[in-house]
Write a protein that binds this ligand. Structure first.
Ligand code: ADP
Ligand code: MG
Length: 309
């Protein structure tokens, strides 16, 4: 195992736990996402795993060796763990290029140049390579700090909302690169995000954190198609909820049929409006019980008044 998190708990103030009884493992080459609303303790959890703040209970192991307790350390943390969060730890008076290459002293010179160039290219920092890191924008600093974290070649990479300020094309490029490096180096990656669609795209497993104690574990497919609750399912895209004789029916906007199907439930609907989304139309309806229902289709479903789910 790259990472073993065993029953950890943390509180900023006595007895008021941010999270409790959190356990999970991470295998070599695996990318795991932790998804939850803002304020649930995701950033705190990553700091705990990195050994930057002192756990109240439990322990964290990196490749079998325990992350030292923050209270016993002059400089807290574990050498094989890199955390990228909103607090950029860059060397202000070094250039962008130097910030990266300074992390690469473990490599022979030629490889150091090559890897620095690769990271400058992937993170689209080539044109800024000779600027001091204090003289680039916040978004560029975020990219640079992710590049520096990858340069360290940690066994375990912790990313706190890494895509929050990235353009769509960079999001895809960097997501793919991180997946490729995880696989190539058999590094473990923990990705924290409030946006479940990022988790669907980039991870092998997803943990949903909803109130510090409850974690559900899903594959991306399960998180999308088989969520246990409406609350959890709604992180991963639009989700319909209909009450049928006291039972709740959850289904995605693509999980329906317009032709009668004996294995499915018939639902009467009234069309309200359609919204063009580029690749599809989102058609909004009202059910007999007054619930909003959205169905995706390649056209406006104006005449539709019954679907099979
Ligand atoms: P998330 O990353 O999921 O948005 P955080 O880990 O940042 O959540 O915060 C979890 C909870 O802990 C929040 O209620 C937040 O207000 C609180 N918190 C965060 N940092 C501190 C701090 N330094 N002192 C006290 N409470 C904090
Ligand atoms: Mg956070």
């Amino acid at each position: 195992m790259i990472l073993e998190v065993e029953n950890i708990a943390y509180s900023y103030t006595n007895k008021n736990f941010v999270f409790k009884s959190v356990s999970f493992n991470l295998s070599p080459g695996e990318v795991i996402s932790i998804v939850g609303p803002s304020g649930t303790g995701k950033s705190t959890l990553l700091k705990c795993i990195a050994g930057l703040i002192q756990l109240d209970e439990g322990k964290v192991l990196i490749e079998g060796s325990q992350v030292p307790e923050a209270k016993n350390m002059l400089i807290p943390g574990h050498p094989e763990v890199a955390l990228v969060n909103q607090l950029f730890e860059l060397d202000d008076y070094f250039t962008v290029r130097e910030n990266i290459s300074n992390q690469l002293h473990h490599l022979p010179l030629a490889e150091r140049f090559e890897f620095t160039d690769e990271l400058l290219d992937i993170f689209e920092l080539e044109d800024l390579a000779h600027k001091k890191s204090k003289d680039i924008s916040g978004g560029e600093q975020q990219r640079l700090s992710m590049a520096c974290a990858l340069a360290k070649e940690p066994r375990c990479l912790l990313l706190d909302e890494p895509f929050a300020h990235l353009d769509v094309h960079l999001n895809k490029k960097i997501g793919e690169y991180i997946r490729r490096l995880a696989n190539l180096r058999q590094m473990g990656v923990v990705l924290v995000t409030h946006d479940g669609t990022e988790a669907l795209a980039w991870s092998d497993r997803i943990l949903v954190m909803s109130n510090g104690e409850v974690f559900s574990e899903y594959t991306p497919f399960q998180a999308y198609h088989e969520p246990k609750t409406f609350f959890e399912g709604s992180f991963f895209g639009e989700l319909n909820k209909i009450n049928l004789d006291g039972k709740q029916l959850l289904f995605r906007p693509t999980e329906y049929s317009l032709t009668p199907d004996h294995n499915k439930i018939e639902i009467q609907l009234e069309w309200k409006y359609s919204s063009f989304r580029g690749p599809y139309y989102a058609n909004y309806f009202e059910s007999k019980g007054g619930e909003e229902v959205v169905l995706y289709a390649n056209k406006e479903l104006i005449p539709t008044n019954v679907v099979y789910v």
